[in-house]
Write a protein that binds this ligand. Structure first.
Ligand code: PEP
Ligand code: MG
Length: 635
């Protein structure tokens, strides 16, 4: 969004809120309270600055399908309720724990609210009432929650003179105060909404009500929510939860939307339509900015746009170091809408097509024909440049409703999904799902250059088993008279677990190429959840362990003479380009908007200097010292 656009939107102050106006985490600030400028700090997730009116997202209304239940189902419904209570308490305790980073004034406002929610989720009359509804009235857990929460909230509304049924067992001390009763009613409804959301796992969000240039603000965004954002409409995103290398952040970068994630306290007192500035470079969100702050932000918007234009001129220049070494730059693709961005970036292929988008935000699994059409259109758009299609990487934080609905994967609530049936593990257990996708990829491969990439590989046997299935699918398609490429596409693997990195030479005997997934590699090597803001500072790709693992993979690939690339987020950070070149890498795949910056880094260095840097870095024992060396190298 340009500064001019921003000021226009600001002046018009269009309402951003739609739906039922539900506040997902906090009651709105009292209308008479003066609201000055508020600055919140989070994790910079996508560079860029935007100014616009706040659009506070609301979850889609939950789908409550079963109202009445059989007596025999009551225990199961009660168990679902207990799981939802547990999950809701966990979410709130997590938010509560993160308040410490807020200024004292902010803590004072939010902490009592969260405490009230937690109290209601304890041994309260509300919870007892919900249980009774399930057991006595034989209704589903979500029906009971909605019924009891509404009855409670209405009682607050109607009983301005006090209620002996107050949540937590105590009557509101200022029960004669209508404002207080209304806030109590809001709190009960919010707790009810949270429970229903956790019970129904309400999948799709709607951003339809956002005005052009809106700043989307939410408690958290799932990757499937982020996939629904229209980058032409939403100017920036800010959330209370989330980390820099989670899939939501990756999608936002792919879409080029300035973003700040993991900013605690963001939702408290937030008013739809108020002006916000999101600075995805430093990681701040400023609400209700004062004129000087607004003027600075407008200058930042203009300077960022100029910078982007300057980098755009690099598009046609070769990606080659000062001493003549070619470095291949590919783009990662999360959604087909990014194809024009890829074309403008100067990337010479797609190094990672995350096929998850095909399975998101839908109720059924895509058919072979549907998948073929999508892959084919991407392959054709790349006009002969390679397209590396990664087969479905289900699991971890990448929840795919269609698979859950179809019963292909179990509904996981509290297991550790990052260590479970993820990526290739699931596909090998679900041959029909795997074969359908491979068949579609093979059919698309007849129209261009394709490579097939397997996610989350940890054993040689997984590669072998996948190849057997690939050959079987190819034979079946040929027998059916389908047009396939003469040579089958190369079959490569993501190296994204420490086990795979340590066994790179062995895996290179079966895999035809490696793509280093530094996002997961870092998560698994350092035991730090990539999407978790609480431990974000420990998620450090410059940790010596990570750099050793990357060096091993590069060496393992070189020993066997197979291509190796980096397609995790490390590849998109131009200050790390010399170090990665020094570690032996010559191919990077990044979000389209990072390609010109990485090219600039490639063109500004020599392989000799990069190797010297890597040699020095590998002697370090701490990431902080490596960071200094890397930053100094760039100057
Ligand atoms: C990675 O793990 O680095 C990677 C590229 O895969 P994803 O981010 O999709 O898990
Ligand atoms: Mg990964």
């Amino acid at each position: 969004m340009s500064a001019a656009d921003a000021s226009q939107d600001t002046d018009h102050n269009p309402a951003g809120e739609t739906g039922d106006g539900a506040a997902p985490a906090a009651s709105p600030a009292p209308a008479n309270k003066p609201c000055g400028e508020r600055r919140l700090f989070g994790i910079p997730a996508c560079a860029g600055v935007a100014i616009g009116p706040v659009f506070r997202t609301t979850e889609a209304p939950p789908q409550v399908t079963r109202h009445r239940i059989q007596a025999a189902d009551a225990p199961a419904e009660l168990a679902r309720l207990e799981a939802a209570i547990l999950q809701s308490r966990k979410q709130l305790l997590k938010l509560r724990g993160r308040l410490a980073v807020l200024p004292e004034e902010g803590q004072g406002e939010i902490a009592p609210l969260l405490d009230a929610y937690l109290q209601m989720l304890g041994p309260s009359r509300l919870v007892r009432g919900i249980r009774t509804r399930i057991g006595d009235r034989l209704v589903s857990a979500e029906t009971a929650v909605m019924g009891e929460a509404n009855a409670f909230a209405n009682a607050f509304g109607g009983l301005a003179g006090g209620s002996p049924d107050a949540p937590g067992g105590s009557a509101p001390s200022d029960a004669s105060d209508h404002g207080s009763a209304r806030r109590n009613a809001d709190e009960v409804r919010e707790v009810g909404r949270r429970l229903v959301r956790n019970l129904t796992r309400a999948p799709f969000r709607s951003f339809a009500g956002a005005v052009q240039g809106a700043i989307l603000i939410a408690e958290s965004l799932r990757p499937s929510d982020a996939a629904l954002i229209d980058p032409a409409r939403i100017a920036a995103v800010a959330t209370e939860e989330g980390g820099t290398d989670g899939h939501t952040a990756i999608l936002l970068r792919a879409l080029g939307i300035p973003a700040v994630l993991g900013a605690p306290g963001l939702m408290a007192g937030l008013r739809a339509g108020e002006v916000a500035i999101v600075d995805g470079v430093v990681g701040t969100v400023t609400l209700n900015p004062l004129p000087p702050t607004l003027a600075n932000a407008r200058r930042a918007v203009v300077s960022f746009a100029r910078d982007r234009q300057r980098l755009g001129r690099l598009r046609r220049l070769p990606s080659v170091t000062l001493d003549g070494e070619d470095v291949t730059l590919h783009a990662n693709l999360e959604l087909p809408v990014e194809l024009p961005m890829v074309a403008n970036s100067g990337a010479t292929g797609i190094g990672l097509l995350r096929s998850e988008f095909l399975f998101m935000n839908r109720d059924t699994v895509p058919t072979e024909d549907e998948q073929t059409d999508t892959y084919r259109s991407i392959v054709e758009a790349m006009s002969g440049d390679p397209v590396t299609i990664r087969v479905l990487d289900w699991g971890g934080e990448k929840e795919v409703e269609a698979l859950t609905n179809a019963g292909v994967v179990p509904e996981v609530v509290d297991a550790n999904p990052a260590l479970g049936l993820r990526g290739i593990r699931l596909l090998l257990r679900q041959p029909a799902l795997f074969e359908t996708q491979l068949a579609a990829i093979l059919r698309a491969a007849a129209h261009g250059t394709v490579r097939i990439l397997l996610p989350m590989v940890s054993t040689v046997a997984e590669v072998r088993a996948s190849r057997t299935i690939l050959l079987r699918v190819a034979a079946r398609l040929r027998a059916a008279g389908r047009r396939l490429p003469k040579a089958l596409p190369p079959l490569g693997i993501m190296v994204e677990t420490p086990g795979a990195a340590l066994c790179a030479p062995a895996l290179a005997t079966e895999a035809e190429f490696f793509a280093i997934g530094t996002n997961d590699l870092c998560m698994y090597a350092l035991a730090v959840d990539r999407g978790e803001s609480d431990v974000a500072e420990l998620y450090d790709p410059l940790h010596p362990a990570m750099l050793r693992l990357i060096g091993m993979v590069a060496e393992g690939a070189a020993t066997r003479g197979i291509p190796v690339s980096v397609c995790g987020e490390m590849a998109a950070n131009p200050s790390l380009t010399p170090l990665l070149i020094g570690l032996g890498l010559r191919c990077f795949s990044t979000n389209a908007s990072a390609v010109p910056r990485v090219k600039q880094a490639v063109r500004g260095t020599t392989v000799d200097d990069c190797q010297r840097l890597a040699w020095q870095v590998m002697k370090q024992t701490e990431a902080a010292r490596t960071r200094e060396l890397v930053e100094r190298f760039g100057r």
